[in-house]
Design a binder for this molecule. Structure first.
Ligand code: BG6
Length: 492
């Protein structure tokens, strides 16, 4: 599945929050893989930055530990690790204060020599002050970019403030807003499936598609991130970004090219065409849930409330929505979205459900004829299944059976499935923002999400309880079954 490796230009990547969880768990392992693949060349360097005093040696040791922990043993050799460690160094900088900026500047190469990318793996409240310091200390060169992670605000207004603070220093074309779902192989495959095949596009509309389902289910809980998660909830944490991005890729018109603005213009049109969910239709279109104690991922787990040091909370850990897109292609086609923590399984998939056949010629003895479904499995067991009706083999008349045309990527391609951050980090260095969110996309997503949050708040109802290890509150089943449809489930 790995694409051919084209080396990127030499770069200096400065990671604020360089000793944090994201850095050790995702960024450094991703860069290690790209180094091993020969994509990182020349004197490229990774400068980790944080407030704490730490020797270069101690940081290299911590990086070695992270690679041993987060990179599979078969994907690393001691020589490759040492080679990578030669690229990393550490500097203590007070992101919001004065200390360390002079030293950081001295460590950077001369102006224009290398691509210089700042990665802000820090609390979003620090984005503005750090960017201001980058500008004030003259750390920008002609090839500078800045990468920021979600959450970008907690509503439209606060997102505006974050974007304005970053935008006061960097031009929009220099700002890379990461949504790591866009870097997943299978998510990019969605574009390949739609736009590199002639088969689907003529059918990709309300005349042939009955509805679409997008499920991003996790069996883990909040994993020590309760402090953040409790201020966010599933709608902000997963829907505002990842799930709406998936919806855009399913629903957008064919862009003129893979050019960043061509793709993002089309995604933006989808976001703007989403029918608002407000106090009037909130009850019919949304379900929010919170997990109670149960069993998940192989063991007994406490209720969400009990993971929060005894504080009571009305934060949702599950959400199901019925979204509608008001345009010619999708009018009348519901997009059912659901995501949650501590669900029965870890599975992310998109199901495109086609209309049933208009008339059966087979008679009742043939059995029922299910509508065709195209299932794009994002994780785990990445692949695509097209569910079709066939004749049940053997004598004994015409009996029909539903079977999948099944393409498992793991079987089809004998190579490691690269992590989303590998692709995205290399795109930052290459200067390709196609898989990153533009400011107006973030705004439009909040503009759809804000009224839902407001309606929930005004409604004052607590999230519905669901037992950990199930598929969420029963109201989520009712949300789709009211329309005569069911959530796609197959024996996994
Ligand atoms: C993050 C959310 O953006 O995505 C987490 O903040 C969530 O709550 C994670 O667990 C899911 O990502 P993945 O790649 O494991 O599906």
């Amino acid at each position: 599945m790995t694409a051919q490796t084209i080396p990127v230009d030499p770069f200096e990547l400065i990671v604020f929050g360089g000793t944090g969880d994201l850095s050790y768990r995702k960024l450094l392992p991703a860069l290690f893989h790209r180094d091993c693949a020969g994509q990182i060349v020349g004197p490229s360097r990774i400068l980790a930055v944080s407030r704490r005093d730490m020797s270069a040696e101690a940081f290299r040791n911590a990086t070695r530990d992270a690679i041993e922990r987060f990179v599979a043993a078969e994907d690393r050799t001691p020589e490759a690790v040492e080679h990578f460690l030669n690229r990393v160094c550490y500097t203590a900088v007070d992101g919001t204060g004065e200390a360390g900026w002079g030293e950081l500047k001295e460590k950077l190469s001369g102006d224009g020599e290398f691509v210089r990318a700042f990665y802000l793996a820090v609390n979003p409240e620090l984005f503005g002050p750090i960017c201001a310091n980058i500008g004030r200390h003259g750390l920008m060169n002609a090839e500078t970019r800045v990468v920021i992670e979600k959450p970008i605000g907690k509503d439209f207004e606060t997102a505006q403030a974050v974007n304005a603070a970053v935008g006061a220093v960097f031009d929009e074309h220099q700002i890379y807003r990461i949504d790591h779902y866009l870097g997943k192989e299978t998510v990019q495959n969605l574009m390949a499936l739609r736009f590199a095949n002639a088969l689907f596009e003529p059918l990709w509309n309300a005349a042939h598609i009955d509805h679409v389902q997008i499920t991003v289910a996790e069996n883990i809980g909040v994993e020590g991130r309760g402090g953040y998660y409790d201020t966010a909830g599933a709608l902000r944490d997963m829907v505002q970004n990842h799930i709406l991005q998936l919806l855009c890729l399913v629903a957008m018109e064919a862009p003129m090219s893979m050019d960043a603005d061509a793709v993002r213009d089309e995604k933006l049109k989808v976001l703007k065409a989403l029918v608002p969910i407000t106090g009037d239709n909130m009850e019919r279109m949304t379900v929010r849930g919170q997990y109670a104690a149960g069993a998940s991922a192989g063991g007994a787990v406490p209720a969400y409330q009990d993971e929060l040091d005894g504080d009571s909370s009305a934060t949702e850990t599950f959400v199901a929505l019925k979204a509608e897109i008001a345009n010619w292609r999708w009018a009348g086609v519901p997009f059912y979205l659901r995501t949650g923590k501590r669900l029965a399984d870890r599975v992310s998939e998109i199901v495109v459900a086609f209309h049933p056949i208009p008339h059966s010629i087979f008679g009742s003895g043939a059995g029922s004829i299910a509508a065709n479904h195209l299932v794009i499995r994002l994780q785990p067991d990445e692949g695509v299944k097209l569910w079709l009706m066939i004749k049940d083999p053997g004598p004994g008349g015409m009996r029909l059976k539903q079977v999948p045309l099944d393409m498992s990527f793991a079987q089809a391609f004998d190579s490691r499935n690269p992590d989303a951050y590998e692709r995205l980090l290399m795109d930052v260095i290459r200067g390709n923002p196609t898989l990153f969110m533009r400011r107006d996309e973030v705004d439009a997503a909040w503009q759809w999400v804000d009224p839902i949050l407001e309606a929930w708040k005004a409604g004052g109802e607590a999230p519905k309880s669901y037992t950990a290890g199930t598929w969420g509150p029963s109201a989520s089943v009712a949300l789709i079954e009211r329309d005569g449809r069911t959530w796609h489930e197959e024996s996994r």
